[in-house]
Design a protein around this ligand. Structure first.
Ligand SMILES: C[S@@+](CC[C@H](N)C(=O)[O-])C[C@H]1O[C@@H](n2cnc3c(N)ncnc32)[C@H](O)[C@@H]1O
Length: 205
């Protein structure tokens, strides 16, 4: 992830405001409860940490996972700066994450701008789905462009992303009560920003 180590130096300055509204909507859709355990994957510089911490309350926990040491360094700075006491970060490849890495199965999974970036999104999704506790909930937010224009291509280059991915499809196949919504359009996203959400079925008694 050498590119994201470089990008981490300007990531917050260039992108923090642009996705703020979508982050708020994603955390609302997660329907975290007081005491929830949220996996934030990839956490990047931790731009969703404040919203996730507020959603899980004092008894809850958030673990942010990312592969880039540079992005995680920024995330740790954010934690120190903001005094968050219920977030920790972990350096892992999303495709290899285990429950023992996390200490427990999360009951919420938040994947914001990850599915178009992971080299093998299907493998990551399968992994994440296997980690999610039965009865838990998963929210994916990403940008989609069936045929990226100039701005889309710029975003693809900058984020090392593939905006043509129908990123919601693995969740649609596996989840219960699947829903997908467009979020407010901004041409700077390079395509249509969308949110997909679904629950994981409870195990039969
Ligand atoms: C566009 S950023 C999104 C970060 C964050 N979710 C946000 O909303 O700002 C994509 C992130 O994916 C991370 N990433 C890419 N491949 C990964 C992998 N296989 N495992 C974990 N993180 C990965 C990158 O390091 C980068 O921080």
């Amino acid at each position: 992830m050498a590119w994201y180590d470089v990008f981490s130096r300007i990531y917050d300055a260039s992108l923090e405001a642009l996705y703020r509204e979508a982050r708020t909507r994603a955390v609302e859709a997660l329907r975290a409860e007081p005491g929830s355990f949220v996996l934030d994957l990839p956490c990047g510089t931790g731009q969703s940490f404040d919203l996730l911490c507020a959603a899980v309350g004092e008894r809850g926990r958030v673990v942010g996972v990312d592969l880039s040491p540079g992005m995680l360094r920024e995330a740790e700075r954010r934690i120190a700066r903001s005094g968050f006491d219920r977030v920790s970060v972990l350096a892992r490849d999303a495709a290899e994450l285990t429950v023992s890495d996390l200490g427990a199965a999360p009951d919420r999974v938040h994947v914001f701008l990850g599915m178009t970036v992971f080299p093998d999104p299907d493998a990551v999704f399968d992994r994440v789905w296997s980690l999610l506790a039965p009865g838990g909930r998963c929210v994916l937010v990403d940008v989609h462009a069936a045929s990226p224009g100039l701005q889309g291509k710029l975003v693809e280059w900058l984020a090392r992303a593939d905006l043509t991915r129908r990123f919601w499809e693995p969740l649609e196949r596996r989840g219960v009560a699947f829903e997908r919504h467009d979020l407010p359009f901004d041409r700077r996203h390079g395509g249509q920003i969308m949110m997909a959400a679904a629950d994981k079925a409870n195990e039969p008694a």
